[in-house]
Ligand binder design. Structure first.
Ligand code: HEC
Ligand code: HEC
Length: 447
């Protein structure tokens, strides 16, 4: 437990919510965004959680006798990491060399890009949610090192999703309201089965509230500093980094979605836009130069998607958060469901819904075709992309026996019958004709 407390890092916070003014970009924001990008891609905000050798020796945990020649690639594939599209000392996105806190030399730490750096068509993007990540194996085998220590809670139940909410609940339990460390942990209702899909950063600029439940004002830079709650950070680290995080937030809201890289049938897309405006725009907004975005949270009963993410982060955590340093400017907002996200770059962000339970847009818009149990390669090349249905190619495994599969293999199976993983709800596409549905999908590629 203690060891894992030291090794843990991170994260984000899902909280609850209140209305707010639309985001604007006054003068000086571009400079701030440039500083923020630099801070995000070059600085470390958590001291090293492991030695450099933990990564170099990871293969020893793979049942191999010697280090394979293509170790770097195998390392990325095993844990679902992607090459960094910026200078990073040869490390994939999410890992970073950093000076040791209590001794000379460098160690390794993780950063936001572990979860917020993804790839599609083999191209890495800062701000695309990492839908390949096996955070559990990464922690057990790399951070845990040769002893493969089990963490005190589950980092991920199924590959491509993370328990970011649980991490916040766990780590805030070790902090006083002023963020000084406590010796014993308060249980703020720790749940580690929320199965969260990581949202793309490029939709933030349209949002007034963020997180899947719309639980926080998008202007809060302190909220995204929750990832700094590594117990190696003293309370003083937070105010020290606050200016950087204001800049990082500016960088995040300056990001825009990448364009769909393949051909689009413009006639079909134009037909799809008409259908979209009639059936989808009231929740998801309109697109193009004069876009609109209603920033709506849809009650759980109405949207009907899995309730666990919503219910699993409780008021107890919200109250502790609201008393803490993080909430000085923006408190939790208590909502009643999930926010309908802007669909910019939606072609790149499969799987869909807040729990990643639906592999393609076609499945999303025709609910009876959603696979109950599925697995995929977790590679992100063109060959793994389902161009017709828009999303990831999946296969349906024949026999899924948790007892026969290793935990690592079992995490590759998305079983929608499990807690937090149901794929029901959001049936707004069901009433469309097949022609209308395909046209909407063509239109969605243009966003
Ligand atoms: C362990 C994975 C992980 C790490 C590391 C992480 N995040 Fe996140 N982030 C998430 C998840 C999951 C969500 C969605 C939370 C929810 O509502 O359930 C999220 C949500 C967000 C959002 C809101 C997005 C939206 O549209 O609602 C922002 C902004 C954000 N993270 C910024 C950061 C920053 C900045 C860092 C690093 C300082 C960071 N995150 C580190 C997983 C992570
Ligand atoms: C009543 C409001 C509402 C309507 C109407 C609606 N949606 Fe949604 N949509 C939502 C909400 C809320 C979510 C998030 C649900 C969740 O993640 O649990 C969502 C999620 C989605 C997602 C997945 C987003 C992601 O990042 O995973 C897509 C794609 C989408 N909707 C497309 C559509 C299309 C296309 C239509 C019209 C046929 C439509 N929606 C109609 C409210 C709506």
């Amino acid at each position: 437990m203690g060891r894992w407390l030291i090794l843990s890092l991170l994260v984000v916070i899902p909280a609850h919510t209140r209305g707010a003014a639309p985001p604007t970009r006054p003068e000086g924001k571009d400079e701030a965004a440039t500083r923020g990008k630099k801070a995000l891609l070059t600085k470390s905000y958590n001291p090293p959680t492991m030695a450099v050798s933990n990564r170099d020796n990871a293969w020893k945990n793979w049942g191999l006798k010697q280090k394979p020649d293509d170790f770097d690639q195998l390392f990325r594939e095993r844990y679902g990491l992607h090459p960094a599209p910026y200078p990073n000392d040869g490390l994939p996105m999410g890992l970073r060399h950093a000076p040791m806190k209590f001794s000379a030399g460098k160690g390794l730490t993780t950063d936001c890009l572990l979860c917020h750096g993804g790839s599609v068509f083999g191209q890495s993007y800062v701000g695309l949610g990492n839908a390949s990540l096996d955070m559990q194996s990464f922690y057990e085998e790399v951070v845990g090192g040769p002893r493969r220590t089990k963490p005190p809670f589950t980092f991920s139940n199924t590959r491509g999703t993370v328990e970011a909410g649980g991490m916040s609940v766990y780590l805030l339990g070790y902090r006083e309201p002023d963020l000084s460390l406590r010796l014993t942990r308060r249980d703020l209702d720790l749940n580690d089965d929320l199965c969260e899909d990581v949202p793309a950063w490029w939709i933030l600029h349209k949002k007034r509230t963020m997180y899947h439940n719309g639980g926080m004002d998008v202007r809060s830079s302190r909220s995204i500093m929750q990832f700094m709650m590594s117990p190696l950070n003293f309370a003083s680290a937070f105010p020290h980094a606050e200016k950087d995080f204001e800049d990082i937030r500016e960088f995040l809201v300056s990001l825009r979605a990448p364009k769909y890289p393949l051909a689009i049938d413009e006639d079909q897309a134009a037909k799809g836009e008409v259908v979209f405006r009639a059936n989808c725009a009231k929740c998801h907004g309109t697109y193009g130069e004069k876009w609109t975005y209603p920033n709506k949270v849809i009650p759980l009963e109405e949207i009907g998607t899995d309730r666990r993410r919503f219910e699993g982060v409780t008021k107890k955590f919200g109250e502790a958060y609201d008393k803490s340093w993080f909430a000085k400017d923006y408190k939790s907002i208590y909502t009643d469901g999930y926010q309908a996200p802007p669909l910019d770059g939606i072609w790149a962000t499969a799987p869909y819904l807040h729990n990643g339970s639906v592999p393609t847009l076609y499945n999303l818009l025709n609910s009876k075709t959603r696979p109950k149990v599925f697995t995929r390669s977790y590679a992100t090349d063109g060959g793994d992309y389902d161009e017709k249905n828009v999303g990831w190619k999946v296969t349906v495994p024949t026999a899924v026996d948790a007892k026969k599969l290793t935990p690592l293999e079992y995490r590759k199976v998305y079983d929608t019958r499990k807690v937090g993983r149901s794929n029901g709800g959001h049936t707004y596409g069901d009433k469309l004709s097949e022609a209308e549905r395909m046209a909407v999908i063509e239109y969605l590629k243009t966003l």
